[in-house]
Design a protein around this ligand. Sequence first.
Ligand SMILES: C[S@@+](CC[C@H](N)C(=O)[O-])C[C@H]1O[C@@H](n2cnc3c(N)ncnc32)[C@H](O)[C@@H]1O
Length: 248
Amino acid sequence: MNAYEADLAYIHDTGFTRFVNRAAPGLLRLLWQKGIRKGLVVDAGCGSGVWARVLTDHGYAALGIDISRAMIRLARQHAPAAKFRIGSFLDAELPNCDAVTSIGECVNYAFDPQSGLASLARFFHRVYAALRAGGIFVFDIVEPGQAPNGEIQKRFLEGPDWAILLEVREDRKRKMLERRIVSFRRTGTLYRRTEEIHRLHLYTSAQLMAELKLAGFEAQALSGYGRFRFAPAHAVLVARKPAAAVLT
Ligand SMILES: C[S@@+](CC[C@H](N)C(=O)[O-])C[C@H]1O[C@@H](n2cnc3c(N)ncnc32)[C@H](O)[C@@H]1O
C-alpha cells in the first residue's frame, strides 16, 4: 500500500490541512489546561508539519514521526525548528516527553502491516512509558459508521493545480474503511495521474478508551478540539498519565 507519496503529500499539504489548522487552537488550550506550557511534544503521524510548526512557534520542542518520506520532506520545510523522523510510530523509539499528539485519524491507518488493535494497544503502553507523570496523549479517530456497508461513495475534490477522485467504502464486518484516491497534479502543462488506496481500521472510542485505561491512563472522549466540533463517528481521546503514576 503506498502512503502519501509525493503528489498526494503535496495535495494533502495544500488542500487538506484545514483540519489540523482548526484543531490547533483547541489542542494548544488542552496543553495549557493540563499545565504543559513548554517541553517536548511528539507528534505521531505529523504529516507536512503544520502542527509541529504551531508547537515550535509557541515555545515547545517538537518531534514529528511519519511513515511518508514525502510528508517529512514538506514538514522539514514548514517547521525548521522541529525534528522529524521517517518511520512508523507503531514501533518508533519514543523519547521522554511531555505530550504525544496524533492528529487526523493517524492511528486508524493500516499503512504499517503490523497495524491493528493489538499493535495500537502496545503503542499506548509505549506512549505511557515515554510520558512524564501528568503528561498527556491526545489523538482523534474515525469510528465505524462512515458509509453504508459495502456501498461505494464517490466524491470529486479540486484545488488550483490538482484534482482528486475519491471512492470510499466501509466493510462493517471487517471494521475497515477503504479510500481509493485517484489524484491529478499539474506538472507544467500536463496533469500527472497517481493512485493510492488507503485502508483504515475502524475503532470505537469505547474500545480505545478501554485500551488506554489498561495502559494506565486516565482517559476521556471529546467530540472535537475546543470549538472545532466533529461530524458524527469521529472522536478525540485525551489520555493523561496520572501525576503519581503507577508503574505498569
Ligand atoms: C490524514 S494524515 C494527517 C497528517 C497530519 N497529522 C495533519 O493533520 O495534517 C495521516 C498521516 O498519518 C501518517 N501515518 C499513518 N500511519 C502511520 C504510521 N503507522 N506511522 C507514522 N505515520 C503514519 C500518514 O503518512 C499521514 O501523514
